[in-house]
Design a protein around this ligand. Structure first.
Ligand code: NAP
Length: 254
């Protein structure tokens, strides 16, 4: 790694998988150069090996310019399953420029025996479902999605966020808990009990770090309102950083 002669890869990040892949790539020989791109939303992101750029590109056409200007040989879109805009932009920019693109997306959570999941297509549907399902909701959908729940004056929310928000949340009645995974089942059960939670509202992010809340809800017999993932752009996709590395090796050989 690290010679200036090797191909340059753009890794669209902001997830633990992107971090894992950046670590994997930094330990490879062969002169690959990796640029991890972060949206810049997190105030204190964990350090990433290799080069890092922060902030939006300015849309799909501007990302296409970036790919040309920076001589990017391949793009790996390892963004979060709910970051639909950047994935759509990457698909469009790569199509315009002919740069190969891979989607690295963690597997979905699957319901198991004892789960009571109410699957909703989007946040608005989840908010509409909530009043008939519970009155004290544990809401773990991310700060950007809270507005969908703002009209629910009779629900008391426990909202978990990764970072302390800079502004009041757009909810009538809420309590805040700040925490970054991984979480464990015992801790999640204790949290649900302490706050008298009767329903969990979450999105189908997948991943081990935040899965324990689902086991905790199951153990306590609580319903889970689960918002489905948005669709992904067509094209090659893998589920693990190791598979992404294999794809990259093949792609750069051909
Ligand atoms: P989004 O709605 O898909 O993207 C909105 C805009 O933010 C994009 O059009 C792009 O701006 C910029 N952007 C997003 N990801 C970027 C990246 N990796 N590098 C450079 N610019 C990026 O994305 P989002 O849902 O706000 O998520 C933002 C970031 O947080 C993503 O990197 C994602 O992996 C991470 N994340 C998201 C969630 C979630 O639940 N959505 C959870 C955990 C982590 P321009 O159009 O100007 O290029």
């Amino acid at each position: 790694m690290g010679t200036e002669a090797g191909p340059r890869i753009l890794l669209l990040g902001g997830t633990s998988e992107a971090m894992e892949l950046a670590n994997l790539l930094s330990s490879q020989s062969g002169g690959l150069r990796v640029v991890t791109s972060l949206a810049g939303r997190t105030r204190n992101p964990a350090p990433v090996p290799g080069q890092v750029r922060r902030g939006g590109f300015g849309g799909a056409a501007a990302m296409a310019d970036y790919l040309r200007d920076e001589w990017i040989a391949a793009v790996i879109d390892a963004t979060h399953p709910f970051a639909a805009q950047i994935s759509a932009n990457a698909a469009q920019a790569c199509e315009q420029t002919g740069v190969p693109r891979l989607l690295l997306r963690r597997p979905e959570w699957l319901p198991v025996e004892g789960d009571n999941w109410i699957i909703c297509p989007d946040m608005a549907a989840a908010a509409a479902k909530l009043p008939g399902t519970g009155s004290r909701a544990f809401l773990t959908v991310g700060v950007q999605e809270l507005a969908a729940f703002s009209g629910l004056a009779d629900i008391r929310f426990l909202v978990r966020l990764i970072e302390k928000p800079e502004q009041e949340l757009p909810l009538a009645e809420y309590e805040l808990v700040i925490g970054r995974g991984p979480f464990d089942e015992a801790g999640e059960q204790a949290l649900l009990k302490k706050h008298g939670i009767d329903v969990l509202v979450t999105k189908a992010s997948g991943g081990a770090a935040t899965q324990a809340k689902l086991a905790a809800a199951r153990a306590l017999g609580l319903p889970v309102i689960m918002v489905e993932r948005p669709p992904v752009p067509p094209g090659p996709a893998v589920e693990t950083p190791a598979e992404a590395l294999n794809w990259l090796r093949k792609e750069l050989r051909s």
